[in-house]
Design a protein around this ligand. Sequence first.
Ligand code: SIN
Length: 493
Amino acid sequence: MHFTFQNSELLPGLNCIDGRWVAAHDERLFPVSDPATGEVFAQVPDSGAADARAALQAAHAAFKTWRKVPAKQRAQIIKRWNDLIVAQIEDLGRLISSEQGKPLAEGKGEVLYAASYVEWFAEEATRADGQIIPAPVPGRRMFALREPVGVIAAVTPWNFPAAMIARKIAPALAAGCTVVCKPAEDTPLTSLALVKLAEQAGVPPGVLNIVTASRERAGEVVDVWLDDARVRKITFTGSTPVGKHLARRSADTLKKLSLELGGNAPFIVFDDADIDAAVDGLMSAKFRNGGQTCVCPNRIYVQDAVHDEFVQKLAARVGALVVGPATDPASQIGPMINARAVDKIERHVQDAVKRGARVVVGGKRLSPEGKAGAYYYAPTVLTHVDAAMQCSCEETFGPIAPVTRFSSEADVIAAANATPFGLAAYFYSRDVRRIWRLADELESGIVGINEGAVAAEAAPFGGVKDSGYGREGSTHGLQEYMHIKYLCQGQLD
Ligand code: SIN
């Protein structure tokens, strides 16, 4: 059972290329289903190379004029986009929950989260100023101007189908770039709805183009954009192997890249921490979107003296979480996105238990294996977890909290950094010197200090090491879509 929508215009079910809503060239379609039930409730274009080329052609042509539109005018259009998104919170929230599975309150929360980036970049558009550089010799004036990089290819993930589109496309439009976008195959509908609203806000034809494609044909679409020198930047959120593939494939045309890739976030609780605050922080960071976020804690380290108290308080909270479909207002944890996701969670828990971990709460699949839909896994706390277990080495992307006991600060810093990833890290402590030591030592793009909810439109979001490079949100998020042109004028004396 999925939701009904008030505004059917938000379900175009077609690609948008050059301002026209069109089927795939060969009219192929693929199904979109509700992960809570497996029910197919929409069909969208299964696009291929011809559609990708048409979208790119449109974006390339539109760049010539969009880059010249005064920043203030671009800002007004983007601000209208924000207003329309906020006005459609009910339908967009339902749409996100229907195709992605998160509880409705979180679906609506994501709409506002997405809008916050759109509003932020509407404002930033007018602040993309340059620099006057003091000349080292007489008779010369020197300037650094910022210019839009050109056509952007945005490849977006399923876990935040509105927010990730917003924080890639809004800065691109604000900078004066044009866009071709391929949303994740699990969640194409929210992206199409956002493009519809952008059109209604006044984004001109060709400036924002979107083509949907199934898992099987996604590579065909993206390869067209990777190989074409007219695409000047790729912005991608997803797995590290795919991110590395994109980096390799775009080397020949030397595209700019923003890669927001996998994480393996440590969450450290020291014995001087406020334990209740640490439990609260872990609940919000770990169980948001059922644990399907790149920044969610994946390895929880708790110091000896507070380990048992922390685990007992955490287990009480986790055991009380309500698992169910987004249509049920009581649900706090929805289904996982698909069968592969729930299989991976099960594999990680079984591996941990086989190697000596103990299940304190949860630890089981809540839906029969092999059944389409109802991809539920019980929120779980594990203890006696060690570094060799799969759940410590890989991102689980599910509602699993694996706890490891530690003794010394030096050991836990070494353990936290002993991963190729470096997206987010969290720690709880009330010792001001320790806080700054950890802030310096953790190899991570984002550090939450006595705070589990770190993301915000005004903050730079992104990682180091195998978690990628580039920043989204904040003033840095706009610069990712611009390059610097240096002007040197002589003969002025
Ligand atoms: C992500 O999981 O990639 C994004 C999470 C966030 O924006 O907080």
